[in-house]
Design a protein around this ligand. Structure first.
Ligand code: NAD
Length: 502
C-alpha cells in the first residue's frame, strides 16, 4: 500500500486488496491517472460483511447516548481535519476547495443530527390500553447495512448514510465510488479515531462485483444507494428481490421557472451557482431554465452571457478558480458529445464550452460553461441528465405549459420558481410533481434535520434520506404489549374485541 495504491478499510484497519483487479483514479485537473484503487472480489466483500455482522450485537446493545458520544467526537475530528479532507476530495473530484469544504460541512450537519440519536429513538408509550395492560413501541437496529455512493459527493453522500445508520445501532459496509475513494477511506479512519469499535464501519472499494455481493448476501439487511437512475433501478430491484430494504436516490433534470416578474439579478446569480457550481456535477444542479415568455429569456441572457464569459475555469490548486474540471476524460467527451447533439438537434448554442483552454493544463478534463437557447422538449439535451456545465433554456408560452413540462419529465428531484408573485409560488409548490421545491431558492437541498429525496425516477423506495426518514429507514418498529400477573385477569379470550379489551 502506498499513497498511489489505495486499500480497503475493514475491521478498523487498512487492508490491501487481493483480487488482482484495480481501477484508475484520475486527477481531473491534469487529466492523468495518479492512483490505483483495489476492486474487491466477492470473497473480500463477504469478509467485510462478516466483520460487520460480528460487530453488530455489541454495537446494537451499546446505549444510544454512548453511540452519540462517538458521533460528537467524529464531528470534532471532521472540523479539525477539514483541510485534509477537502484536499482529498478536490484532488480526485476536481471541485474547488471551498466547494469541497461546503459539501463536507453538509455531511457534518448530518453527523450533528445523529448526535441527538437518543432523542430520535425515543419510542411511544401508552399506559392502560386495557385493564392492567400497557403498550409501547420502540425502533430497533436492523443489522448490517450497506451504502453505495456516487463520485460527485465523496464526503457528503456517505455521511448522509453511515452516521445515521451507525447512531441507530447498525453496522455498516460502505462501497464508495471507485473514482474518488480517498475521502471515504479517511472518514473510516476518523470514525475509529473517534472511538468507534472495530468492524462497525467498513469501507470496501470496488465495482459491480462488490455491489452485487452486497445486494445478494443475506446478512445485509438494508441498502442505501445514491447514483444514476439506470444503476439505481437495478439496485432497487435486485436488493428488494433479495428481501432487503432499499432506498435508491437517482438522477435528475432540475428545472428553474423564471416568471416575467422575477428579479433578474437574483435569477442570474442563482443560475450561475446552480448551473455551473461543481461543473454541473450535482444532482440538484439546475440544468434547465424555463422562462414564461420570451421577455424574461432575453433579459436573463443579456445579464447571464457576460457572467458566463467571465467565469474562471481552472484547477482547484488555483484559488481564484470558480469552476473546476469534470471527473474524467470520458466524462468530458460525453458532455462534449451532448453539445454536438444539441447543435444537430437545432438548439441555439449561445456559449460553447468545448475546448476551453486552461493554461498549463492541456489535458485537463475541462468543459467551459455552456448555454443553449430555444431548446425544445424532444431534444436529448432536454430529456437526458448531462451532468456537466450545460444549461438549456426552454421558452414556454405560459405558466401552465412550464408546470406541465416539469410534471411530464421522468425525473423529479428538485425544481425552483423565481417570482415575486405569492399566488404563483404557492400554486407551483402545491401542484409540482417534484420532491424538493425552491421558491426563489435555486438548489433547495433540505438541511440534515429534514429529509432529502426526489420523486418519480429520481428515487426508488419508500424513504428519503437523513432526518426523520433516515431514522425510519435504518430501524424497524417493535410494539410491546404487557400485562403483569398482579393485573386484572380477563380469562381466556377467543374473539377479537373492540379497542381496549384484551
Ligand atoms: P453511478 O450510478 O455510475 O455510480 C454510483 C455507484 O454505483 C458507484 O459506487 C458505482 O461503483 C456503482 N455502480 C456503477 N455501475 C454499476 C453497475 N453496473 N452495477 C452495480 N453498481 C454499479 O453514478 P455516478 O456517475 O457515480 O454519479 C452520478 C449520478 O449520481 C448522477 O446521475 C446524479 O444525479 C446521481 N446523484 C443523485 C443524487 C440524489 O440524491 N438523487 C445525489 C448525488 C448524485
Amino acid at each position: 500500500m502506498t499513497d498511489s495504491h489505495l486499500h480497503h478499510y475493514i475491521d478498523g484497519k487498512k487492508v490491501p486488496g487481493n483480487s488482482g483487479r484495480t481501477g484508475d483514479i484520475y486527477n481531473p485537473a491534469i487529466g492523468k491517472v495518479t492512483k490505483q484503487v483495489p476492486l474487491a472480489s466477492k470473497a473480500e466483500v463477504e469478509q467485510a460483511i462478516a466483520v460487520a455482522q460480528n460487530a453488530f450485537p455489541a454495537w446494537a446493545a451499546t446505549p444510544a447516548g454512548k453511540r452519540a458520544q462517538i458521533m460528537f467526537n467524529f464531528r470534532d475530528l471532521l472540523k479539525s481535519n477539514m483541510d485534509r479532507l477537502a484536499e482529498s476530495v478536490s484532488s480526485e473530484h476536481g471541485k474547488t476547495l471551498d466547494d469541497a469544504k461546503g459539501s463536507i460541512t453538509r455531511g457534518l450537519e448530518v453527523v450533528e443530527f445523529a448526535c441527538g440519536i437518543s432523542q430520535l429513538l425515543k419510542g411511544e408509550y401508552s399506559e392502560s390500553v386495557a385493564g392492567g395492560v400497557d403498550s409501547w413501541s420502540t425502533r430497533q437496529a436492523l443489522g448490517v447495512c450497506a451504502g453505495i455512493t456516487p463520485f460527485n459527493f465523496p464526503a457528503m453522500v456517505p455521511m448522509w448514510m453511515f452516521p445515521m445508520a451507525i447512531a441507530c445501532g447498525n453496522t455498516f459496509v460502505l462501497k464508495p465510488s471507485e473514482k474518488d475513494p480517498s475521502c471515504p477511506l479517511l472518514l473510516g479512519e476518523l470514525m475509529t479515531e473517534a472511538g468507534l469499535p472495530d468492524g462497525v464501519l467498513n469501507v470496501v472499494n470496488g465495482d459491480k462485483e462488490a455491489v452485487d455481493t452486497l445486494l445478494t448476501d443475506p446478512r445485509v439487511q438494508a441498502v442505501s444507494f445514491v447514483g444514476s437512475t439506470t444503476i439505481g433501478e437495478y439496485i432497487y430491484h435486485t436488493g428488494t428481490s433479495h428481501n432487503k430494504r432499499v432506498q435508491a436516490l437517482c438522477g435528475a433534470k432540475n428545472h428553474m421557472v423564471v416568471m416575467p416578474d422575477a428579479d433578474m439579478d437574483q435569477v442570474v446569480d442563482a443560475v450561475m451557482g446552480a448551473a455551473y457550481g461543481s461543473a454541473g456535477e450535482r444532482c440538484m444542479a439546475i440544468s434547465v431554465v424555463v422562462t414564461v415568455g420570451d421577455e424574461p429569456a432575453d433579459a436573463m441572457l443579456e445579464k447571464l452571457v457576460p457572467r458566463v464569459e467571465a467565469l474562471k475555469v481552472g484547477p482547484y490548486t488555483d484559488r481564484s478558480t470558480e469552476m473546476g474540471p469534470v471527473i474524467t476524460p470520458e466524462s468530458r467527451d460525453r458532455i462534449n458529445g451532448y453539445i454536438e447533439k444539441g447543435l444537430s438537434e437545432g438548439a441555439e448554442l449561445v456559449r460553447d464550452g468545448r475546448g476551453v483552454a486552461v493554461e498549463g493544463h492541456p489535458d485537463g478534463c475541462f468543459v467551459g460553461a455552456t448555454i443553449f437557447d430555444k431548446v425544445t422538449t424532444d431534444m436529448s439535451i432536454y430529456t437526458d441528465e448531462i451532468f456537466g456545465p450545460v444549461l438549456s433554456i426552454v421558452r414556454a408560452k405560459t405558466y401552465e405549459e412550464a408546470v406541465q413540462m416539469i410534471n411530464d419529465h421522468e425525473y423529479g428531484n428538485g425544481t425552483a420558481i423565481f417570482t415575486r408573485d405569492g399566488d404563483a409560488a404557492r400554486d407551483f409548490s402545491n401542484r409540482i410533481q417534484i420532491g424538493m421545491v425552491g421558491i426563489n431558492v435555486p438548489i433547495p437541498v433540505p438541511l440534515a434535520f429534514h429529509s432529502f429525496g426526489g420523486w418519480k425516477r429520481s428515487l426508488f423506495g419508500d424513504h428519503a434520506i437523513h432526518g426523520a426518514e433516515g431514522v425510519r429507514f435504518y430501524t424497524k418498529l417493535k410494539t410491546v404489549t404487557s400485562r403483569w400477573p398482579s393485573g386484572i385477569r380477563s380469562g381466556a379470550v377467543f374473539n377479537f374485541k373492540a379497542g381496549g379489551e384484551h
